[in-house]
Design a protein around this ligand. Sequence first.
Ligand SMILES: [Zn+2]
Length: 389
Amino acid sequence: MIFRIVLARSFCRVGLINLAVGRVTPCAPFETSTQNHDAPGVPRPANAAGSSARIAAAIATWTVLLASAPQIPAQPFQLPTANHALFEPGGEEQFFAGTVGKPWTSGCFGCVRTEGRQMHEGLDIRCRQRDQRGEPTDPVMATADGTVAYLNTKPSLSNFGNYIVLRHAVGGLEIYSNYAHLRDLRPGLKAGQAVKAGETIATMGRTANTHEGISKDRAHVHFELNLFVNDRFPAWYKKTFPGQRNDHGVWNGQNLAGLDPQLVLLEQRKTGPKFDLVRFIQGRTELCRVVVRATDFPWLKRYPALIRSNARAAKEGIAGYEVALDFNAVPFELIPRAAAEIKGRAKFQLLSVNEAESRKNPCRRLVTQRGGRWELTSRGLNAVELLTY
Ligand SMILES: [Zn+2]
């Protein structure tokens, strides 16, 4: 398939779209998880009367009062182990497990591997407790309230080894956490099960299907926070990579757009109850802006809070979307566009590139310069193809 790409200069618009955009109020509230927050039922005595009835009435009153009392919202995300050195000045060394012979920074999120040319999509959090054989025993805990979305208990099928994906609704936004290289999962843990923030879901380990494996020394939990790209991922993958195995369905890492959990945790710590995940995502640094001639794809329904309004498109009809991507291909802002606002007929058009960001975080290689002109690479095209599939 061939796509014509409109070229762009250094972070300059290609004189195509110049409309004031406003913020859209999030649409329908997010469909919450299947968690049941009700207290377990208390059996009623057969002859309840007199004082027991008064007690029951008092309990009922308190229940109503407690339920209606204004509650200070807890911080939505917690660290997934007892290692909290991330929050201590100079604690990074104690928090991050770097790769062999490399500094702690190689355990961070971002272009931190192979001299900045390779992406690491999570945090590698160091082990703090071991058994007599030196194997890690740190409990791994849910970062937030949620439900179990996926479990992999066949370590040979993933470089993540044993891993768990949890689904959360934070600030009306669907977000997924991933805990990898686990030694054991909590017995009985099943997809669909509700978990509370801080609840132990597994034991830290060093499982992986990579040739080199993970040494006892480097035992860690690999922790991710992701947005979910497309429910149609398996079909897209089959079409795009014919003959290649996809052992994890929609839970393939390519279908999860990673945020930096360190930034999320630090921002949340700084802003306290005012932390706003939607605003955090909207504040990502832009790598590039692409116009897609697609008007119906799952991201629009899953993340309406990331769509901004455009009066002209609302009036004339939506012919496509302008999408801002960060360096990790997270579509953090989408603006509907009317037909008259989109030049050219290409399915995907690169509008602009933030050169500074492309130099700072080059490892995903979504855009490249050829003959002085910017274009989407095959990886960049894959990212927008998958988004709009
Ligand atoms: Zn890792």
